[in-house]
Ligand binder design. Structure first.
Ligand SMILES: [Zn+2]
Length: 259
């Protein structure tokens, strides 16, 4: 599969109408019996959330995306997952389909005020992240959290695993499911961290870091197993969406099969 060669100094690929994508997702959620709850950020802005109990739930799973407004594959993957509605019965699910709705119309990583929301989960200076963490605090602990992203510099799909208690990993399962759909980044060093077969297991303590991405907040307060999936933006959008969807299905099925 060939690189598109579009991205220099940032993402220059296709953009999406985020409100249309969210409307489609909301329709599918209603059709398939999800509960929806808006997180009110301000009189003008709220964030969608979806919740589904499952037929015999034993695993609590949280999925989020759309925190970077120049990463369209995540919200599209979430829409596809909602439309396909193929969830394991053992999974109770919470979904945040777009955490940065003001960034997408600008095709920009940050929100409309220029703040990178995915660096604000320790300081809580932005209204979006304050509202999101207030909502998260009301939810139970999650067995698994998966955050859907893209990386415009990546040579292929890769993921970060935060797994401080060394639980059985889902990383290899996800990479194996993505490989037929999308190239895996083979680099031994990705974003300055050692990687192996597209898997980064950063050895770090969030408590010592001044800026927290969403994943650090989750692993400190809500979940001891968190994956950040990075689809490579220089490949076709359908490939990136397919990669994220395949990884989520693989992780959920593996988690529920061993539960
Ligand atoms: Zn991102």
């Amino acid at each position: 599969m060939q690189h598109l060669g579009l991205n220099h100094r940032g993402y220059a690929g296709e953009t999406i109408d985020i409100q249309a994508v969210l409307r489609d997702g909301l329709q599918a959620a209603h059709r398939h019996g999800w509960e929806t709850e808006p997180i009110v950020v301000s009189p003008e802005l709220s964030l969608l959330t979806f919740h589904r109990s499952g037929s015999r739930p034993s695993q609590r799973v949280y999925l989020s995306t759309g925190i970077h407004g120049d990463e369209p594959a995540g919200p599209l993957a979430m829409r596809q997952l909602l439309q396909e509605n193929r969830w394991p019965g053992k999974a109770e699910l919470w979904l945040c389909p777009c955490l940065n709705p003001t960034g997408f119309p600008l095709n920009r990583r940050e929100n409309a005020q220029g703040q990178d929301l995915n660096r604000d989960y320790r300081q809580l200076q932005t209204p979006e992240v304050r509202a999101h963490t207030t909502w998260l605090a009301r939810q139970p602990a999650f067995d698994l959290t998966i955050l859907l992203h893209e990386d415009w510099e990546a040579r292929g799909f890769y993921l970060y695993e935060l797994n401080p208690d060394r639980q059985p990993s889902l990383a290899e399962t996800m990479v194996a499911a993505v490989a037929p759909v999308c190239p895996i980044d083979p680099s031994p060093l990705i974003e300055g961290r050692s990687a192996q077969g597209g898997i980064i297991r950063p050895d770090l303590n969030p408590a010592t870091r001044p800026q927290w991405p969403e994943a650090f907040y989750l692993v400190q307060t809500k979940s001891r197993l968190s994956y950040t999936l990075e689809a490579p933006s220089d490949f076709p959008l359908a490939t990136r969406v397919g990669a994220l969807v395949a990884a989520v299905h693989a992780a959920l099925n593996a988690l529920c099969a061993r539960a």
